[in-house]
Every structure is written in C-alpha cells, then in structure tokens.
Design a protein around this ligand. Structure first.
Ligand code: PMP
Length: 393
C-alpha cells in the first residue's frame, strides 16, 4: 500500500489517552458481564416518538433527495430565531449553516479559520476529539491548562501564555467533561484576550439546554464578539438526537458563505427528513428539551446526597451537562489506576480524567446516563471504594 498522509496517521497524537478502560468495559459487556456503564455521553432515553413521526412523514412525503447544502430555509430560520431570542444578537439565515452534528461543525469552524500549520488553542480538560479536530484541519493543537481548584475555568495568565501566534481559541460551556458553566467574568476575559490578539473564538455550546446552576451566556453576545465568533450547536444533547447527526454553525455571513463552499465539497448537506425532524423539535418549544434534561438534573441531586460526607472524593460543582467530575487524588491513585481498579473490583466503568487532558489527571468523569436507582447505587459504591483506597494510601 502507498503511504497514507501524515495528517491522517497522526490524528490521534501519541501517548496514553486513558481510553483503555472504556474499551475494556465494552469487551466485558460483549462477553455478557453486567457492567454499569458511566463512560460516554449518550442519553438512556431515545429520541421522542413525535420527532420520529415528523422524520418518517417527511421521508414518506418525498424529502429523500439532495437537500440544499446550507440547510433548508425553515430550519436555518428557526435556528436563527432561537439564537436571536437566547442571545439578543440579531441573527438571520445567512448567519447559519446546518451541519451533520456538532462534530462536523467543530471541524468546519477550524477549517474556516486555520491555515495549515497555524496554532489553534483549546481549553484543557477538553472533549476528547478536540486535538484531533484541530489536526484534521491541518492546524497544530495547543492546550490552555486550567486547575481543578479554580473549577477548571480558564484564567487570563494561562490564556495569555498560550496565545503566541495562535489564530483561534475553542471553548466549551456548559463544559464536557467538567460540568462547569463559565461565568460572565470568565467569558469577558476570554473575549478581551481574543480581541487583543485578533483571534477567532470557536464556542461549543452543544450543552446549552442543560444548565443546573447559573446561566448559560453565549460569548457571541459580548461586545465586539459576533464578528469573530463561530458558535457550534447541536440537536444531539438537547433533544436526544445523537444518531440523527444534525447541528449547526452560527457566525458572520462571510464565514458562513465560505463554510457552505466547504460543505458543498465535503458533506453535501444533511438529509432533508432529518432536518424536518429537527425543525419539528425546535418548533415544539421547551417541553422536549426539558424532558431530555430532567433525568440529569435529578441525578445531579442524587449525586450531591450520596457524595456528602465522603471526603476521599471532591466533586467539581456540576453546573451543567450530563457529567460529574470527581477529584480522587486523596486516594493517591491516578484517574486511570482508579478507573481500572473500579472496573475490576465493582464492574463500574468511569472515564479517567487523563483521557480529557493533563489538567484532569487524578480525576474521573462519571456520565449520569443510567437510571436513577442504578446511578445512586453505583455512586455509593464508587464512594465506598474511594474511601477504602484513601485509607490504604
Ligand atoms: N462537543 C461536545 C462538548 C460534546 O460532548 C460532543 C459529543 N459528545 C460534541 C461536541 C459533538 O456532538 P454531536 O456531533 O453529536 O453534535
């Protein structure tokens, strides 16, 4: 076989990425073992039947040909209206392109702003694909470190230190994996830094409907930011539509026009019946979103009760998204060692913090994605296990 491109063979970087636990859990489940799976961000409910009916009716009605590449007008209008209402920033169809999920939007955004070899920043801990997304666009990923003791919020000094010759900064609020919802001051600092360094901001807001504490603020709404921000949105998390692959990118019209050229040459758009289902979901108002978010809100409260009184663990305040980040350093173990031992001893699978970057070492991330009773029981076991490990340390 002739050589493959460096771009594709080096996508995942090198070194240990902490995903061993995840694959081991998958193997155990395949072998019939009863593993409590708290690793990835997949809802334990399915897409609402009413959304599926809208999808089916659209497909049966003939919307199975090529859909227009930027997205059907009604859906672009609905996204624009939603963004305008939520942020107060006047947004119209020309600011919106529909994408096959947030993942594709993340890639497209970096393609739009990075030249080959440019440095693109992202905040550590990060959603696992970020460095690979940057490499896919031919750019060089550079992490901005944060601290557990500061709730994993990026600070001015670290941002400034990372900025040298960077063209973009990728932030994610509400955050996966930490559950942080960035407060206004953090976003203002970010806005100030990217403006002074004339950088783009790529704002991943796919968890914007899952906020338990504080309020979600889109940095695109801050003064001077609409012209340098590309927002990534998705129906995956808000409407339990992960498999439908529908999301969007919102930004300046000139950027969207170029992104449409990129889509014409890559994805060629999103299936029309999927877009009609998304349109139905968005037109259904808050009800569907609230229903999808409710289990995580409940489980976060269950977790607070279970965690109280266990000082071998420290929970990072889970203000949003579907995860719980636990600092397990008092056990003297790495996140990876803890997660492996927990899987071996109790058949509970959690993600080592290390899989989300160096800043999350000594932590584990727990996805709140099994039913309430099982979740509560599993978390009690995690706490008891951490207490035992801390005593032995
Ligand atoms: N951003 C974040 C922070 C995520 O957690 C995910 C999915 N887990 C995505 C983007 C991509 O989601 P999708 O492509 O399903 O919209």
């Amino acid at each position: 076989m002739p050589e493959l491109s460096k771009r594709i063979t080096t996508l995942n970087g090198d070194g240990s990425d902490g995903w061993g636990v995840f694959y081991r859990a998958r193997d155990m489940i395949a072998a019939g073992e009863d593993v409590t799976e708290l690793t990835i961000g997949e809802h334990d409910i399915r897409t609402d039947p009413a959304i599926l009916r809208a999808m089916s009716e659209s497909a049966s009605g003939g919307h199975t040909g090529y859909a227009v590449v930027p997205g059907v007008q009604e859906l672009r209008d609905a996204v624009a209206a939603r963004v305008t209402t939520q942020t107060g920033v006047p947004t119209s169809r020309g600011n919106v392109m529909i994408t096959p999920g947030g993942q594709s939007a993340l890639f497209s955004a970096h393609m739009a702003v990075c030249q080959p070899g440019d440095v693109a920043l992202y905040v550590d801990p990060y959603y696992a694909t970020y460095p690979g997304v940057v490499r896919s666009a031919g750019a060089l990923p550079r992490a901005v470190q944060t601290r557990s003791s500061q709730g994993f919020l990026p600070q001015r000094d670290e941002l400034e230190a990372a900025c040298g010759n960077a063209v973009s900064l990728l932030v994610n609020t509400p955050n996966n994996p930490t559950g942080a919802v960035y407060p206004r001051e953090t976003l203002e600092t970010i806005a100030d830094v990217v403006q002074r360094h004339d950088m783009w901001l790529i704002s991943d807001e796919v968890y914007d409907t899952q906020v338990w504490e504080g309020t979600h603020l889109s940095p695109r709404a801050l003064p001077g930011m609409a012209e340098r921000t590309l927002v990534v949105g998705s129906m995956s998390k808000s409407h339990a539509m992960t498999g439908s692959r529908v999301g969007w990118i919102v930004g300046p019209q000139a950027a969207i026009a170029c992104l449409i050229d990129l889509a014409t040459n890559t994805t060629y758009g999103v299936p029309g019946y999927i877009q009609d289902a998304a349109l139905f979901a968005l037109r259904s108002g808050d009800r569907l979103e609230t229903e999808v978010a409710a289990p995580f809100r409940r489980r976060r409260e269950i977790a607070a009760k279970v965690l109280a009184g266990h000082d071998s663990l420290r929970a990072i305040p889970a203000q949003g998204a579907m995860y719980l980040m636990l600092d397990i350093r008092r056990t003297g173990m790495s996140g990876e060692a803890f997660a492996n031992a927990l899987l071996d001893t109790h058949k509970i699978a959690v993600m080592p913090g290390e899989s989300f970057g160096a800043s999350a070492a000594g932590h584990v991330r727990i996805a709140m994605t099994v039913d309430d009773a099982r979740f509560g029981t599993a978390l009690k076991t995690v706490c008891a296990f951490a207490d035992d490990m801390a005593k032995a340390a």
